[in-house]
Design a protein around this ligand. Structure first.
Ligand code: AMP
Length: 285
């Protein structure tokens, strides 16, 4: 077996055979779903999986149903050979990389949609996105049957949508959230950062800085509405062409908080467009 790549399987039958053999031998299995173009944030998910399970499986699938008609499905970066090498370097045991027709065979007709938590924020800005995510994650969990699955806090709303659907559908898996991996200047690592020009890359950390400043102001007792408005102004001044939202929300169901001072634990989430990239980030309050 090559050291340069974990074994790659492309069908649900091969995936299940591998995972069932491990579980029959008493080994715990962790899954980390990805869309590839891997970076340190993705690798941190595999490392986290390996601290909680004997085996780590990564999936690589650019899921067409979670992209809107005017979004970047075609342009999304793809680099499977390089991704496989990176996965080997962190001890990933198996890569599941199905085709679109393997995931959605002729006649596929089912959608998983999660009410409530998937409706505001990115759910409002990207209609249909979370139904696409919820459907593919449900399929990946049922196909792989892992003991645990790891998702990044970088996509905080997605993490809460997945926690909700796993509870609602009684899927026997433990969901782990991994902290956001950042560049030294604070920018959350993302496959979409590849779209940024050099000038845009210099402006991009302003999203993290604006959220961090907002957290400080909230801790000082300023109202959520004032803090949100300041952060949005700051992003526009830094050259972001569109700010979809900066909002303080409840930690689990992402219910609206405010407009006044925030009484307890919360999450502040932001999304804004810089050049060709739509960047998202969030921090604990
Ligand atoms: P993606 O390939 O962008 O769909 O992301 C796959 C998984 O990696 C998701 O669970 C993301 O939340 C997670 N992820 C992406 N970027 C980061 C990051 N900077 N830090 C931690 N996790 C991340």
């Amino acid at each position: 077996m090559s050291q340069m790549s974990p074994p790659i399987v492309r069908t649900v039958a091969e995936l299940r055979a591998r995972v069932m053999a491990w579980r029959a031998a008493g080994e715990l299995v962790g899954l980390a779903p990805t869309m590839g173009a891997l970076h340190e944030g993705h690798l941190s998910l595999i490392r986290l999986a390996k601290t909680h399970a004997h085996r780590a499986v990564a999936s690589l699938f650019v899921n067409p149903t979670q992209f809107g008609p005017n979004e970047d499905f075609e342009a999304y970066p793809r680099s499977e050979a390089r991704d496989a090498e990176l996965l080997a370097s962190v001890g990933c045991d198996l890569l599941y990389a199905p085709s679109v027709s393997e995931m959605y065979p002729q006649g596929f007709a089912t959608t998983v949609s999660v009410r409530g938590v998937s409706e505001p924020l990115d759910g409002a800005a990207r209609p249909g996105h979370f139904a696409g995510v919820a459907t593919v994650v449900t399929k990946l969990l049922l196909r792989c049957g892992p003991d645990l699955a790891v998702f990044g806090e970088k996509d905080y709303q997605q993490l809460q949508v997945i926690r909700r659907l796993v509870r609602d559908l009684d899927i026997p898996v433990e969901i782990l959230g991994a902290p956001t991996a950042r560049a030294e200047d604070g920018l959350a690592l993302s496959s979409r950062n590849a779209y940024l020009t050099a000038d845009e890359r210099s402006a991009a950390p302003e999203l993290h800085r604006a959220l961090a400043a907002a957290v400080e102001q909230l801790h000082a007792g300023r109202s959520a509405a004032a803090v949100e408005a300041d952060a949005m102004d700051r992003l526009k001044a830094a050259g972001f062409s569109r700010v979809d939202y900066v909002e303080v929300r409840a930690v689990d169901d992402l219910a609206r908080l405010g407009p006044g001072p925030v009484p307890g634990p919360a999450r502040i989430l932001g999304a804004a467009v810089l050049g060709k990239a739509r960047l998202i980030d969030n921090l604990a309050v």
